[in-house]
Design a protein around this ligand. Structure first.
Ligand code: SAM
Length: 316
Protein backbone atom coordinates (compact mmCIF):
# COMPACT_ATOMS: atom_id res chain seq x y z
CA UNK A 1 0.00 0.00 0.00
CA UNK A 2 1.35 3.43 -0.87
CA UNK A 3 0.19 6.49 0.99
CA UNK A 4 -1.21 9.56 -0.75
CA UNK A 5 2.09 11.23 -0.08
CA UNK A 6 3.69 8.75 -2.52
CA UNK A 7 6.96 8.96 -0.60
CA UNK A 8 5.54 6.84 2.18
CA UNK A 9 4.81 3.15 2.09
CA UNK A 10 3.18 1.20 4.86
CA UNK A 11 4.87 -1.55 6.78
CA UNK A 12 3.67 -5.10 6.49
CA UNK A 13 1.08 -5.90 9.10
CA UNK A 14 3.29 -8.59 10.56
CA UNK A 15 5.88 -5.97 11.42
CA UNK A 16 3.36 -4.05 13.45
CA UNK A 17 2.08 -6.91 15.56
CA UNK A 18 3.03 -6.89 19.20
CA UNK A 19 2.80 -9.47 21.94
CA UNK A 20 2.37 -8.80 25.61
CA UNK A 21 4.27 -10.77 28.21
CA UNK A 22 3.62 -9.87 31.83
CA UNK A 23 2.57 -6.30 31.02
CA UNK A 24 5.52 -5.64 28.70
CA UNK A 25 5.00 -5.24 24.96
CA UNK A 26 7.35 -6.71 22.36
CA UNK A 27 7.40 -6.72 18.60
CA UNK A 28 6.18 -10.16 17.60
CA UNK A 29 8.26 -10.36 14.41
CA UNK A 30 11.39 -9.47 16.33
CA UNK A 31 10.75 -12.14 18.92
CA UNK A 32 9.77 -14.77 16.34
CA UNK A 33 12.94 -14.10 14.31
CA UNK A 34 15.23 -13.80 17.34
CA UNK A 35 16.19 -10.23 16.47
CA UNK A 36 15.53 -8.27 19.65
CA UNK A 37 14.02 -9.33 22.95
CA UNK A 38 13.75 -5.82 24.37
CA UNK A 39 10.31 -4.26 24.95
CA UNK A 40 9.05 -1.55 22.56
CA UNK A 41 6.44 -0.01 24.89
CA UNK A 42 6.02 3.43 26.47
CA UNK A 43 7.97 2.34 29.51
CA UNK A 44 10.97 1.42 27.35
CA UNK A 45 10.66 4.65 25.40
CA UNK A 46 10.87 6.54 28.69
CA UNK A 47 13.86 4.51 29.83
CA UNK A 48 15.71 5.12 26.56
CA UNK A 49 15.11 8.84 26.92
CA UNK A 50 16.49 8.80 30.48
CA UNK A 51 19.45 6.73 29.31
CA UNK A 52 20.14 9.18 26.47
CA UNK A 53 20.23 12.07 28.98
CA UNK A 54 22.73 10.07 31.05
CA UNK A 55 24.96 9.54 28.02
CA UNK A 56 24.77 13.24 27.20
CA UNK A 57 26.16 13.97 30.68
CA UNK A 58 28.84 11.34 30.27
CA UNK A 59 29.82 12.78 26.88
CA UNK A 60 29.65 16.42 28.05
CA UNK A 61 26.70 17.08 25.75
CA UNK A 62 28.61 16.12 22.61
CA UNK A 63 26.60 14.09 20.12
CA UNK A 64 29.49 13.47 17.76
CA UNK A 65 33.01 12.79 19.06
CA UNK A 66 35.12 12.53 15.92
CA UNK A 67 36.08 15.63 13.93
CA UNK A 68 33.06 16.02 11.66
CA UNK A 69 32.25 19.72 12.06
CA UNK A 70 29.58 19.95 9.35
CA UNK A 71 28.18 16.49 8.75
CA UNK A 72 25.98 16.27 5.66
CA UNK A 73 24.84 12.68 5.85
CA UNK A 74 24.61 10.72 9.08
CA UNK A 75 23.34 7.20 9.65
CA UNK A 76 22.03 6.24 13.11
CA UNK A 77 21.80 2.47 13.51
CA UNK A 78 19.08 1.32 15.94
CA UNK A 79 17.43 4.68 16.72
CA UNK A 80 15.15 3.33 19.49
CA UNK A 81 13.13 6.27 20.80
CA UNK A 82 14.95 8.53 18.37
CA UNK A 83 16.64 10.65 21.04
CA UNK A 84 20.09 10.79 19.45
CA UNK A 85 18.86 11.00 15.85
CA UNK A 86 16.41 13.82 16.58
CA UNK A 87 18.97 15.81 18.50
CA UNK A 88 21.58 15.32 15.79
CA UNK A 89 19.11 16.44 13.11
CA UNK A 90 18.25 19.56 15.12
CA UNK A 91 21.84 20.39 15.98
CA UNK A 92 23.02 19.99 12.39
CA UNK A 93 20.14 21.39 10.33
CA UNK A 94 22.13 21.16 7.10
CA UNK A 95 22.43 17.43 7.56
CA UNK A 96 20.23 14.50 6.56
CA UNK A 97 20.07 12.02 9.41
CA UNK A 98 19.01 8.53 8.48
CA UNK A 99 18.14 6.13 11.21
CA UNK A 100 17.61 2.41 10.90
CA UNK A 101 15.72 0.11 13.15
CA UNK A 102 14.48 -3.39 13.09
CA UNK A 103 12.65 -4.48 9.99
CA UNK A 104 12.18 -4.25 6.43
CA UNK A 105 9.87 -2.28 4.39
CA UNK A 106 9.26 -1.75 0.79
CA UNK A 107 11.33 1.24 -0.14
CA UNK A 108 11.18 3.87 -2.79
CA UNK A 109 14.43 5.50 -3.91
CA UNK A 110 16.24 6.18 -0.68
CA UNK A 111 18.12 9.08 -2.17
CA UNK A 112 15.03 11.14 -2.76
CA UNK A 113 12.24 9.71 -0.61
CA UNK A 114 11.46 10.75 2.89
CA UNK A 115 10.43 7.62 4.74
CA UNK A 116 7.68 8.19 7.24
CA UNK A 117 6.16 4.72 7.28
CA UNK A 118 4.76 3.16 10.42
CA UNK A 119 7.35 0.94 12.03
CA UNK A 120 8.04 -0.96 15.15
CA UNK A 121 9.19 2.28 16.70
CA UNK A 122 6.24 4.38 15.73
CA UNK A 123 5.13 4.40 19.34
CA UNK A 124 8.66 5.01 20.61
CA UNK A 125 9.20 7.87 18.14
CA UNK A 126 7.60 11.26 18.83
CA UNK A 127 5.01 12.44 16.30
CA UNK A 128 7.04 15.49 15.38
CA UNK A 129 10.44 14.77 13.93
CA UNK A 130 12.70 17.25 12.15
CA UNK A 131 12.31 17.50 8.37
CA UNK A 132 15.89 16.43 7.83
CA UNK A 133 15.41 13.19 9.76
CA UNK A 134 14.38 10.21 7.61
CA UNK A 135 13.32 7.12 9.46
CA UNK A 136 13.25 3.73 7.83
CA UNK A 137 12.79 0.24 9.01
CA UNK A 138 15.17 -2.61 8.42
CA UNK A 139 17.01 -5.44 10.12
CA UNK A 140 20.63 -4.47 10.68
CA UNK A 141 21.56 -8.13 10.69
CA UNK A 142 21.08 -8.00 6.95
CA UNK A 143 23.59 -6.40 4.58
CA UNK A 144 23.27 -2.65 4.16
CA UNK A 145 21.62 -1.53 0.94
CA UNK A 146 22.89 2.06 1.13
CA UNK A 147 25.16 3.33 -1.63
CA UNK A 148 28.90 3.16 -1.06
CA UNK A 149 30.83 6.29 -0.01
CA UNK A 150 27.64 7.92 1.21
CA UNK A 151 27.74 8.94 4.87
CA UNK A 152 30.03 11.30 6.79
CA UNK A 153 29.26 9.53 10.06
CA UNK A 154 27.66 6.27 11.17
CA UNK A 155 26.43 6.25 14.74
CA UNK A 156 25.64 2.94 16.43
CA UNK A 157 24.65 2.76 20.09
CA UNK A 158 23.57 -0.21 22.17
CA UNK A 159 22.91 -2.82 19.54
CA UNK A 160 24.54 -5.75 21.32
CA UNK A 161 21.17 -7.17 22.32
CA UNK A 162 19.97 -7.01 18.71
CA UNK A 163 22.85 -7.73 16.35
CA UNK A 164 23.61 -11.38 15.89
CA UNK A 165 26.90 -12.66 17.23
CA UNK A 166 27.94 -13.66 13.72
CA UNK A 167 27.03 -10.30 12.22
CA UNK A 168 29.52 -7.95 13.90
CA UNK A 169 32.36 -8.50 11.45
CA UNK A 170 30.28 -7.87 8.34
CA UNK A 171 28.45 -5.04 10.16
CA UNK A 172 31.70 -3.08 10.37
CA UNK A 173 32.54 -3.99 6.78
CA UNK A 174 29.17 -2.60 5.71
CA UNK A 175 29.75 0.53 7.77
CA UNK A 176 33.14 1.02 6.16
CA UNK A 177 31.64 0.58 2.70
CA UNK A 178 28.90 3.19 3.18
CA UNK A 179 31.22 5.74 4.78
CA UNK A 180 32.79 8.36 2.56
CA UNK A 181 36.56 8.22 2.49
CA UNK A 182 37.58 10.12 5.63
CA UNK A 183 34.18 9.42 7.25
CA UNK A 184 33.83 8.18 10.81
CA UNK A 185 31.95 5.57 12.80
CA UNK A 186 31.02 6.26 16.41
CA UNK A 187 29.90 3.29 18.45
CA UNK A 188 28.90 2.88 22.09
CA UNK A 189 28.21 -0.44 23.79
CA UNK A 190 27.67 -1.42 27.41
CA UNK A 191 29.47 -4.49 28.70
CA UNK A 192 26.72 -5.97 30.85
CA UNK A 193 28.99 -7.69 33.33
CA UNK A 194 28.54 -5.34 36.33
CA UNK A 195 31.84 -4.36 37.97
CA UNK A 196 32.66 -2.90 41.35
CA UNK A 197 35.13 -0.07 41.86
CA UNK A 198 36.40 -1.77 45.02
CA UNK A 199 36.09 -5.36 43.82
CA UNK A 200 33.39 -6.14 46.36
CA UNK A 201 30.98 -7.99 44.04
CA UNK A 202 31.05 -11.76 44.58
CA UNK A 203 29.20 -14.69 43.03
CA UNK A 204 26.65 -14.33 45.83
CA UNK A 205 25.60 -10.87 44.74
CA UNK A 206 22.41 -10.33 42.79
CA UNK A 207 24.36 -8.04 40.45
CA UNK A 208 26.74 -10.84 39.46
CA UNK A 209 23.87 -13.31 39.15
CA UNK A 210 21.88 -10.89 37.00
CA UNK A 211 24.87 -10.30 34.70
CA UNK A 212 25.69 -13.98 34.37
CA UNK A 213 22.12 -15.09 33.80
CA UNK A 214 21.37 -12.29 31.36
CA UNK A 215 24.50 -12.87 29.28
CA UNK A 216 23.93 -16.64 29.26
CA UNK A 217 20.29 -16.22 28.23
CA UNK A 218 21.30 -14.71 24.88
CA UNK A 219 24.67 -16.30 24.23
CA UNK A 220 23.32 -18.64 21.55
CA UNK A 221 22.54 -15.65 19.36
CA UNK A 222 24.02 -12.37 20.68
CA UNK A 223 27.44 -11.29 21.90
CA UNK A 224 26.92 -9.21 25.03
CA UNK A 225 30.69 -8.95 25.47
CA UNK A 226 31.14 -7.24 22.11
CA UNK A 227 31.94 -3.93 23.82
CA UNK A 228 35.30 -5.37 24.84
CA UNK A 229 36.33 -6.16 21.26
CA UNK A 230 35.04 -3.26 19.21
CA UNK A 231 38.52 -1.96 18.47
CA UNK A 232 39.65 -5.35 17.15
CA UNK A 233 36.52 -5.64 15.04
CA UNK A 234 36.90 -2.16 13.59
CA UNK A 235 40.53 -2.65 12.74
CA UNK A 236 39.69 -6.04 11.27
CA UNK A 237 37.25 -4.31 8.91
CA UNK A 238 40.04 -2.03 7.72
CA UNK A 239 38.97 1.07 9.63
CA UNK A 240 41.89 3.26 10.67
CA UNK A 241 42.61 5.86 13.38
CA UNK A 242 40.58 3.75 15.82
CA UNK A 243 40.30 5.13 19.32
CA UNK A 244 38.59 3.00 21.98
CA UNK A 245 37.87 4.13 25.54
CA UNK A 246 36.36 2.30 28.46
CA UNK A 247 34.20 4.61 30.54
CA UNK A 248 32.80 3.42 33.88
CA UNK A 249 29.09 4.21 34.12
CA UNK A 250 28.13 4.28 37.81
CA UNK A 251 24.85 2.57 38.59
CA UNK A 252 24.02 5.07 41.36
CA UNK A 253 25.41 8.13 43.13
CA UNK A 254 28.27 6.41 44.97
CA UNK A 255 31.23 8.32 43.55
CA UNK A 256 33.22 10.87 45.55
CA UNK A 257 33.88 12.75 42.33
CA UNK A 258 31.09 15.35 41.89
CA UNK A 259 30.74 14.81 38.12
CA UNK A 260 30.58 11.02 38.39
CA UNK A 261 28.25 11.33 41.35
CA UNK A 262 25.86 13.43 39.29
CA UNK A 263 26.05 10.90 36.44
CA UNK A 264 25.39 8.05 38.87
CA UNK A 265 22.42 9.90 40.32
CA UNK A 266 20.96 10.44 36.84
CA UNK A 267 21.67 6.85 35.83
CA UNK A 268 19.97 5.37 38.88
CA UNK A 269 16.52 5.73 37.36
CA UNK A 270 17.69 4.06 34.14
CA UNK A 271 19.38 1.21 35.99
CA UNK A 272 16.41 0.46 38.22
CA UNK A 273 14.36 -0.11 35.04
CA UNK A 274 17.09 -1.67 32.91
CA UNK A 275 17.54 -4.87 34.96
CA UNK A 276 13.96 -5.84 34.30
CA UNK A 277 13.53 -4.38 30.80
CA UNK A 278 16.50 -6.11 29.20
CA UNK A 279 16.36 -9.43 30.99
CA UNK A 280 12.65 -10.02 31.33
CA UNK A 281 11.98 -11.86 28.09
CA UNK A 282 15.36 -13.61 27.88
CA UNK A 283 15.15 -14.99 31.41
CA UNK A 284 11.47 -15.74 31.84
CA UNK A 285 10.68 -16.87 28.29
CA UNK A 286 13.95 -18.21 26.88
CA UNK A 287 15.33 -19.62 30.12
CA UNK A 288 11.97 -20.35 31.74
CA UNK A 289 12.85 -18.67 35.01
CA UNK A 290 9.70 -18.46 37.13
CA UNK A 291 8.33 -14.92 37.32
CA UNK A 292 8.72 -14.75 41.12
CA UNK A 293 12.34 -15.82 40.90
CA UNK A 294 12.96 -13.23 38.19
CA UNK A 295 11.36 -10.49 40.29
CA UNK A 296 13.46 -11.48 43.30
CA UNK A 297 16.67 -11.40 41.22
CA UNK A 298 15.88 -8.00 39.73
CA UNK A 299 14.94 -6.56 43.12
CA UNK A 300 18.16 -7.86 44.68
CA UNK A 301 20.30 -6.49 41.85
CA UNK A 302 18.52 -3.13 42.02
CA UNK A 303 19.07 -2.85 45.77
CA UNK A 304 22.74 -3.66 45.41
CA UNK A 305 23.13 -1.17 42.55
CA UNK A 306 21.85 1.44 44.99
CA UNK A 307 24.25 0.43 47.76
CA UNK A 308 27.07 3.02 47.82
CA UNK A 309 29.44 0.53 49.47
CA UNK A 310 29.38 -1.72 46.39
CA UNK A 311 30.39 1.07 43.98
CA UNK A 312 28.82 -0.73 41.04
CA UNK A 313 29.34 0.33 37.43
CA UNK A 314 28.86 -0.89 33.87
CA UNK A 315 31.90 -0.60 31.65
CA UNK A 316 30.82 1.43 28.59
C1 SAM B 1 18.83 -0.34 23.47
S1 SAM B 1 18.03 0.41 22.13
C2 SAM B 1 19.11 1.78 21.82
C3 SAM B 1 18.45 2.89 21.10
C4 SAM B 1 19.35 4.07 20.74
N1 SAM B 1 20.46 3.67 19.90
C5 SAM B 1 19.85 4.74 21.97
O1 SAM B 1 21.03 4.62 22.27
O2 SAM B 1 19.02 5.39 22.65
C6 SAM B 1 18.39 -0.67 20.79
C7 SAM B 1 17.56 -0.36 19.57
O3 SAM B 1 18.09 -1.10 18.46
C8 SAM B 1 17.03 -1.75 17.79
N2 SAM B 1 17.55 -2.99 17.20
C9 SAM B 1 17.98 -4.07 17.86
N3 SAM B 1 18.39 -5.01 17.00
C10 SAM B 1 18.21 -4.50 15.77
C11 SAM B 1 18.44 -5.02 14.46
N4 SAM B 1 18.93 -6.25 14.27
N5 SAM B 1 18.15 -4.23 13.43
C12 SAM B 1 17.66 -3.01 13.61
N6 SAM B 1 17.43 -2.46 14.83
C13 SAM B 1 17.68 -3.21 15.89
C14 SAM B 1 16.00 -2.03 18.86
O4 SAM B 1 14.73 -2.17 18.29
C15 SAM B 1 16.13 -0.81 19.75
O5 SAM B 1 15.28 0.21 19.35
Amino acid sequence: MTSPDSQTESLDQQLLETITVQDRQYQKYSIDHHISFVPIDDEEEERLEIQHRVFQRVFDDRLIFPPVPRPRRVLDCGYGAGSWAIEAALRYPGCEVRARKAFCFKRTDRRSSKVTGVDISSHMIPDDIPDNLWLQVDDLNRPFTFPSNWFDLVHSRLLATGLNRSRWQSYFQDIKRVLKPGGWVQIVEIYFNVQSDNGSITEEHGLRQWSARFMRSLEDTKDLRVGTRLKTLMMGAGLVDVDARMIPLPLSAWSGDPRMREIGLANRDNVQRLFSALAHYPLTQRQHMPQEEFQALVTKAAQEADNPKIKAYFPV
